[in-house]
Design a protein around this ligand. Sequence first.
Ligand code: G3P
Length: 506
Amino acid sequence: MAGTGVFSEILDGDAYKYYSDGEWRKSSSGKTVSIVNPTTRKTQYKVQACTQEEVNKVMELAKSAQKTWAKTPLWKRAELLHEAAAILKEHKAPIAECLIKEIAKPAKDSVTEVVRSGDLISYTAEEGVRILGEGKFLVSDSFPGNERTKYCLTSKIPLGVVLAIPPFNYPVNLAVSKIGPALIAGNSLVLKPPTQGAVSCLHMVHCFHLAGFPKGLISCVTGKGSEIGDFLTMHPGVNCISFTGGDTGISISKKAGMIPLQMELGGKDACIVLEDADLDLVAANIIKGGFSYSGQRCTAIKVVLVMESVADALVEKVKARVAKLRVGPPEDDCDITPVVTESSANFIEGLVMDAKEKGATFCQQYKREGNLIWPLLLDNVRPDMRIAWEEPFGPILPVIRINSVEEGIHHCNASNFGLQGCVFTKDINKAVLISDAMETGTVQINSAPARGPDHFPFQGLKDSGIGSQGITNSIDMMTKVKTTVINLPSPSYSMGSSGSSIRSRI
Ligand code: G3P
C-alpha cells in the first residue's frame, strides 16, 4: 500500500513530506497542496507547499553534494543506480497504486510504467559507464597550418545542478529519464514533480533514498507553481533544466537564462494513410496510438490524414474497434479512463463543441460523466476546426480526408508542433520520401508514434521542443566537453639537448 511499509516515513498524518538533505521533511509553510483523484474527483493526497527558502536550501545542498559526487567513481554511481532500479521494481505495486489514484492511469499501464522506469535506470547506468569512461585524443597536424605540437584530450564533465520537471502523464518514467542521466554523469538533481503525479514521484524518490545515494544529491520539492515555479526555473543555482510538459515550457525557456535546456512540449502527431496501406494494421495502430491512456500522451496520434479513396473503409474499421474499448475506472484496467482534471475535460469538450458547430461527422455520440469522456472519432474534420490543430490530450480523434500525399504533408507541416508522425503504406520508398518531407523529430513507418524504446533518440521540432532525449542523448546533454591541450615546443624552438634529440628522432 502507498505510504506504508518502507514508505511510511514519507507520510506525516494525511500529508506527504518533501525530500531534502537525505531526509523527509514537513514544510515550514504549514500548508499543503491537494491532489484530486480524477475518478472520484475528491482529494486523494496532500503534499507539502514548499517555500522559496526551502528551495534555496536544496539548491545550496545540491551544489555542495555535486562536488563530491563528480569525483565518485563511475562504477559506484552505476552501482547505486542499479540498486535504485531494483528497489523501484520491487515496489511496483504501491507506486502503481499512486499512479492509478493520482492520474487515473489504467492498472496494467501503471505497473508497466514503474517496471519500464527501473529498466531505464539500469540501462542508463550501463550506458553511462561506457560513454563517460571514454574520451578523445586529437592531434594538431590534422588541421592545415599547424605543426604536430598540440595534443588535445577531451572528456565529459557534469554541468552541476540539474532541475528535472516531469509531466503528469508519466510522472515516474519521465522523472527517471532525467534523474538517471543526470546522476550517472556526475550532476546533482532537484526534482519538481507535477501536482498530479507528485505522490508517485515521492515514492520513486524514496527508492533512490533507500539505495543509499549521498545526502543532498537528490531533492524533491513540491508546492504551488505560483510560489516556487518561476523561482526554481530562474534560480541562479540551476545549471540545466530538463522539462516535459505543455506550453509552460515556452515561458520557462524564455526565462531560464544561459543554461542548457531539454524541453519536450507536446505534439499534434499526424497519421498519414496512403491507398495501399493495410487498413487493419492502420486501424489497430490508430486505436493504440490515439486512445491509449485516453489520448493523454505527447506522442498520441492526434490527427488522421487519410486518402479519400480508402477513408470510408478505414473509418468503419476504426469505429468497430472503438466500440470495443472498455470505458471506466483505472482500477478495472479500462482502456478509457477519466482525464486528469476537470479543466482538461472542459477543454476537450470545448474542442468537441467547436467541431460540432462547424459540421464534423460524429462517429459516436459524445458522452461525458465528470472527467470521463467516451472515445470519439470525428470524421470529415476541416482545417477551420480547432480540433484540426490543437492537441486535445483526451480520447478525441479527428479524421481529415485528403486527396493527395502533398495535402497530407502540407497539413502536417502547417502545425506549430513537430514531435512525431507516422505513415502507413506498403511502398517503402514512398514512406521514406514522406518521412523526409515531414517536419517532425521522428516518423514511424507502419506503426503509431511512440517515444520508446527509451534509448532511442526522442526530439521535437518547432514548438515541440528543444534538444534530443533518449538515454544516450540525455547523458550527452547533461555533460559538457572539457578539453586539455598539451602544447609541445615547435621543432624550430631550441629545447636544449634532450628535446632536440627527441625531435630529431621523430
Ligand atoms: O512525453 C512523451 C510521452 O507523452 C509519450 O511517451 O512512451 O507514450 O510514447 P510514450
